[in-house]
Design a binder for this molecule. Sequence first.
Ligand code: SAH
Length: 214
Amino acid sequence: MKDTYRHKGLRKALAEEVSAKGIDDESVLKAVMKVPRHFFMDTSFVQYAYKDQAFPIGCGQTISQPYTVAFQTQLLDVKRHNKVLEVGTGSGYQTAILIEMGAKVYTIERQRDLYLKAQSFLPSIGYAANFFYGDGYEGLKSYGPYDRILVTAGANHIPEKLKTQLKTGGIMVVPVGDSQSQIMTRIVRKSEDEFIKTEHGHFVFVPLLKGKSM
Ligand code: SAH
């Protein structure tokens, strides 16, 4: 697959579209302009790669809408060299956005096929991350604590184990709600046992599920 000037043009237009919808973090917009989203799409939907929409990626999962990716990433306030835990690798598109922003990414996926695909595909296009197959509800304690934790599936409660894997001063972004709709929730760890929670509007994600799936 090729990345052409036409694709670059479409990405610039996409960045302008998410900017018009309220994303103003320049580092996020730059990352949207750089990551070739058409590389992450299922072949049947590749011509829609630069539409601001979610699309199926197999295993009943979706590549998130670019606006949602940008919104979560902006809320996460990622700095260069941050150690970031991403729960829900999926297509790996969000992973690539985080890497473009200079983060060191640990990403975990519960669907074996998606994990296998992402862990071979991302490095092949220059995005090095640490890929894990497992249940993100548990986090990845042995590699923590993390500066940032990003959950890209809808949780029905705030995952307590993930909170404990945040550094002091660390930030977690997680959509919390039922299967119909979730509230984008941001948690800042102020100290060992003090967490501050803020809420940032409604979104719709595929569910965060317990356990691993073959
Ligand atoms: N960031 C992805 C979004 C994929 S959708 C992208 O941009 O493509 C959310 C993903 O979370 C799905 O792939 C789903 O399989 C995964 N997921 C759901 N519950 C999980 C869990 N407990 N642990 C790890 N991954 C999970």
